[in-house]
Design a protein around this ligand. Structure first.
Ligand code: FES
Ligand code: FES
Length: 160
């Protein structure tokens, strides 16, 4: 079967790739582009490890066909912060010890950024509902929720 040619934007950079019809965006990010920060936990839309932002919306990369990326603006964990300039959500996860093995962490950080981009002042309940699609088998959720609250306060210029 002929491959499809896709033009898209990933982390602000124009990107083109070839993919087979059944390939997911998660497959292409990890296997074609080498952006392995986006994780595959379940592959069925249940764990949130593959969270990416597509045109401002939080999406499971494992549920999006790669051909659907045409003309879209995609943000992955690699596009959030930098090693010497962490995003406030990343900094808060570090300071609040909101991770253990770290496998779920990129998904949580992408999801939390998507939340704070649209709602800079979420309640604890809103944070918990928003992150309900992200599973962590290690940490428990309290530290993660605290880290998102901490990041929200930092982004508003308030002491946490
Ligand atoms: S790998 Fe996509 S939701 Fe689990
Ligand atoms: S820190 Fe291990 S799965 Fe969340």
């Amino acid at each position: 079967m002929a491959k499809s040619h896709v033009s898209t934007t990933v982390n602000g950079d124009p990107v083109e790739f070839l993919c087979d019809a059944p390939e997911t965006m998660l497959d292409v990010l990890r296997n074609t582009m080498g952006l392995t920060g986006t994780k595959e936990g379940c592959g069925t839309g249940d764990c949130g490890a593959c969270s990416i932002i597509v045109d401002g919306r939080l999406v499971c990369g494992c549920l999006m066909l790669a051909v659907e990326a045409t003309g879209k603006q995609i943000t992955t964990i690699e596009g959030i912060g930098a090693p010497d300039r962490l995003h406030p959500v990343q900094q808060a996860f570090l300071e609040d010890a909101a991770l253990q093995c770290g496998f779920c962490t990129p998904g949580f950080i992408v999801a939390a950024k998507a939340l704070l981009d649209r709602n800079p002042d979420p309640t604890e309940t809103e944070i918990r509902y928003w992150l309900a699609g992200n599973l962590c088998r290690c940490t428990g959720y309290d530290k993660i929720v605290r880290a998102v609250q901490h990041a929200a306060a930092e982004m508003k210029g308030q002491p946490a």
